[in-house]
Write a protein that binds this ligand. Structure first.
Ligand code: ATP
Ligand code: MG
Ligand code: FE
Length: 358
């Protein structure tokens, strides 16, 4: 079957088309990031309006790209077998644009409508790099809105071991970048600077590193970095941006790695993976590979192109729900009554089916 997926939970209007083997035939991402940059963060109202502007064009581009994949001009809705859509979590006004579009398409072309959880999407993006990834494993979800460690006991059986009690990791990168006047989003620019800095130059606190649980706290670190910046500026000393970025990242990474190691040890799993926008951070990826492979634990990270919000990760989840049981799409909460759920939990709309990615 051919599955089209729609993702609009934040500032990316994204769609993808995959075949029954989980192969990507088209993957299109339009971002409204430039319109948020001067506000230092995503402005929900702007994100919603930009989704409305972009969504038809993204659909046309996705269908044209898929057409080229199959050697024709473009696919049409008649070629599709199902529509998957991110139903949550995310910004409500952003989600409803994608959900409304997916509903319209599903009604017009008489296609099953499959709700997908955005966070499960980030996790399953790993399958594009490691198609043989199977539970049990531990996953770290690190993004703009979430920071958690999950014990995946079976597909669809997600035990959240712990999460942040305040800011998400991506949010900390964004807030530090904002304090330095480096624009939005902060992750990519901070990680580029950090790559040529000294991670030991400045000592920042490793919050909750030894708390004995899997909770995280990032807001104190953010405040420590901002206090440092203000202190240096007051003293008239120039700030070494690479050293500052590397030292901040080191504080984040040390805690992430320590807790992930503890989670893998306690659960006794042999596989570990990372998902979410922050999974694109080269230093974090490298730290995980270095620390885990030494212990004989296999690490997977998603391909860079599917770390941030994208449709392909949503399509993989939709395909597996379709395969789970034919009745899935007939449940009362799916199909046309489907509504966006901005606070959806990780296990919402999941299924026990095995995902397919060849
Ligand atoms: P959620 O997935 O929790 O709903 P979101 O969809 O807004 O939140 P993502 O798109 O998954 O978040 O990730 C965006 C976040 O990833 C931003 O905070 C951004 O700064 C961060 N990020 C992107 N690239 C990097 C990087 N190289 N290093 C660190 N952080 C990064
Ligand atoms: Mg985004
Ligand atoms: Fe996301």
């Amino acid at each position: 079957p051919l599955v089209l997926s729609v993702e609009s939970s934040c500032d990316e209007t994204a769609m993808a088309l995959i075949d029954g083997h989980g192969r990507i035939c088209a993957n299109v991402v339009a971002t409204s990031i430039d319109f948020h940059a001067r506000f230092g963060g995503v402005v929900p109202e702007i994100a919603s309006r930009k989704h409305v502007e972009a969504i038809v064009g993204v659909f046309e581009e996705t269908m044209a790209q898929a057409g080229r994949h199959f050697g024709c001009d473009t696919l049409t809705a008649d070629d599709l077998d199902a529509v998957g859509v991110t139903a949550g979590p995310g910004l409500v006004g952003a989600l409803v644009v994608g959900v409304a579009f997916a509903k319209g398409l599903s009604a017009a072309a008489d296609l099953p409508l499959v709700p997908v959880n955005h966070l499960e999407g980030h996790m399953l993006a790993n399958l594009f790099a490691a198609p043989d990834l199977r539970p049990p494993f531990v996953a770290s979800l690190v993004s703009g809105g979430n920071t958690m460690l999950v014990h995946v006991r079976a597909w669809g059986d997600y035990q959240i071991l712990g999460a942040t009690i305040d800011d998400a990791v991506g949010e900390a990168f964004d807030k530090v970048a904002k304090a330095l006047g480096l624009g939005y989003p902060g992750g990519p620019v901070i990680s580029r600077l950090a790559a040529r800095g000294n991670r030991k130059a400045i000592h920042f606190p490793r919050a909750m590193m030894h708390s004995g649980d899997y909770r995280f706290s990032l807001s104190g670190l953010k405040t420590a970095v901002i206090t440092y910046i203000e202190g240096e500026m007051r003293a008239g000393r120039p700030i070494d941006l690479p050293d500052l970025a590397a030292s901040f990242e080191a504080a984040v990474i040390d805690v992430q790695v320590a807790k992930a190691l503890a989670a893998v040890e306690e659960t006794g799993v042999g596989d570990f993976c990372v998902g979410g926008g922050v999974a694109a951070n080269p230093q974090l990826r490298e730290a995980y590979v270095r620390k885990f492979s030494r212990r004989g634990v296999r690490v997977s990270v998603p391909p860079m192109a599917v770390c941030g919000d994208n449709g392909a990760m949503i399509a993989v989840c939709a395909l597996r729900s379709l395969r789970a049981d034919a009745d899935f799409v007939e449940r009362p909460e799916t199909g046309l009554p489907l509504d966006a759920r901005p606070n959806a939990q990780l296990s919402e709309w999941t299924s026990p089916a095995e995902p397919v990615v060849d």
